[in-house]
Design a protein around this ligand. Structure first.
Ligand SMILES: Nc1ncnc2c1ncn2[C@@H]1O[C@H](COP(=O)(O)OP(=O)(O)OP(=O)(O)O)[C@@H](O)[C@H]1O
Ligand SMILES: [Mg+2]
Length: 208
């Protein structure tokens, strides 16, 4: 039953396709807007005090879960998703929407490129910063591309299956992390996998 009355199965499929196209388009528009703002030096952060990173991580995992399910449906052996997350990360000041965006970008890349093995998300507090890592057992990124993938619109492979994206996720993510005072980098070995790391400075609550 639709909002305006009953719909047939065929119409339902069409509505799903239409919804997913709209979401895709919106994502594209948002990415292009983000990269334009970054290039114009106009990307501002919306910093909130006392952000609970464990809640943000959980929200991102919930968003990534359907992507993983979709990928697994096409594989003989499902990808294992491993969480290695400190459970009481202290509250910190950050732009939580942007941190979520970075994590989701990295996780969706790992899901998109990995066809066997596992994906591990880790989040730890170390001295004055948080360290996040998204590790996969995918194809790896050639050494000569490891710096270039942080340039807008650059993709490491030209095979049709993996060029669906736009090549904006990583440059946007790196700029968002750097705007917070952190760093984002990659370590990868062909045939073994890829790990993206990023740091986020710990900004404790301001004493009242
Ligand atoms: N986990 C990974 N394993 C292998 N290659 C990767 C991985 N993450 C990124 N890459 C390579 O880096 C390129 C750039 O990544 P980026 O996230 O910027 O763009 P995209 O995923 O292709 O498109 P978009 O994020 O705009 O939808 C990818 O196209 C891919 O070639
Ligand atoms: Mg991407």
């Amino acid at each position: 039953m639709g909002v305006a009355g009953p719909v047939t199965d065929e119409q339902l499929t069409m509505l799903h396709t239409s919804l997913s196209s709209s979401r895709h388009l919106l994502q594209l528009i948002n990415d292009v807007l983000d990269i334009s703002k970054i290039q114009a030096g106009k990307l501002g952060l919306y910093i909130e005090e006392d952000v609970n990173l464990n809640d943000e991580i959980k929200a991102v995992i919930d968003m990534a879960e359907p992507l993983l399910q979709k990928q697994n449906a096409m594989l003989e052996q499902p990808i294992r998703f491993i969480q290695d997350i400190d459970h009481d990360l202290p509250l910190t000041a950050c732009d939580r929407r942007r941190i979520r965006q970075v994590l989701l970008n990295l996780l969706s890349n790992a899901i998109k490129f990995t066809e066997q093995g596992s994906i591990t998300l880790s989040a730890k507090k170390k001295e004055k910063e948080f360290i996040f890592a998204v590790m996969d057992t995918g194809p790896g990124i050639p050494q000569e591309m490891q710096a270039r993938i942080f340039e807008p619109f650059v993709q490491a492979t030209d095979d049709i299956k993996h060029t669906q994206g736009t090549g904006l996720g990583l440059p946007i993510s790196r700029s968002l992390v750097e705007a917070h005072g952190g760093e984002l980098w990659v370590e990868s070995k062909m045939g073994e996998g890829t790990t993206f790391f990023f740091t986020l400075p710990f900004r404790p609550p301001i004493p009242q």
